[in-house]
Design a protein around this ligand. Structure first.
Ligand SMILES: [Fe+2]
Length: 164
């Protein structure tokens, strides 16, 4: 899945802080049907690795929330080109990419992308993807990039040995 989903070498120490924030805040909005809240900038200061990537590529950090028993159908993101994601809770959810050429009614040859705890992933938002959420509320940190694409951030990250 080298062109859609890549794991960073650096582990995250932000999960507990961000999940705590997500569980406490009431500042949710739902543009385009996605439930999200902005992450206060100061919170990312606790992780210089992520904060640096966010600044280099002018990203914006949000937490995306999915209620239990929800499906986000296959789509390509609008203005978002790529993101760095960290799953905070909802580890029984499934995240899929589809292969090009799949028809609307039957999506074949899907590939599941699995999130590990405390692990950042670079995600190509311009490839079709879908999430099936199960029994838990799912919270995902997503640092969104609208000015730089997956390949640019991947190449930079490989050069700097953030991604093997
Ligand atoms: Fe998406």
């Amino acid at each position: 899945m080298n062109n859609v989903f890549l794991k960073f070498e650096q582990k995250s120490s932000l999960s507990a802080l961000l999940l705590g924030y997500a569980l406490k805040t009431e500042n949710w909005s739902a543009p385009n049907g996605l439930i999200m809240t902005a992450v206060p900038d100061m919170m990312l200061n606790f992780d210089p690795f992520l904060n640096n990537l966010k600044q280099v590529f002018n990203g914006k950090a949000v937490i995306l929330k999915m209620n239990p028993n929800s499906i986000c159908r296959f789509h390509i993101d609008g203005i978002r080109l790529a993101s760095i994601n960290l799953l905070l809770d909802g580890f029984d959810s499934n995240f899929y990419f589809s292969t090009p050429g799949s028809t609307a009614n039957l999506i074949e040859n899907v590939v599941e992308a699995k999130y590990e705890p405390d692990t950042y992933y670079l995600v190509n938002s311009k490839e079709k993807h879908s999430v099936i959420n199960k029994s838990e509320t799912r919270y995902l940190l997503s640092v969104e990039f609208t000015e730089h694409d997956f390949a640019t951030i991947r190449d930079y990250s490989i050069e700097n040995m953030f991604i093997k």
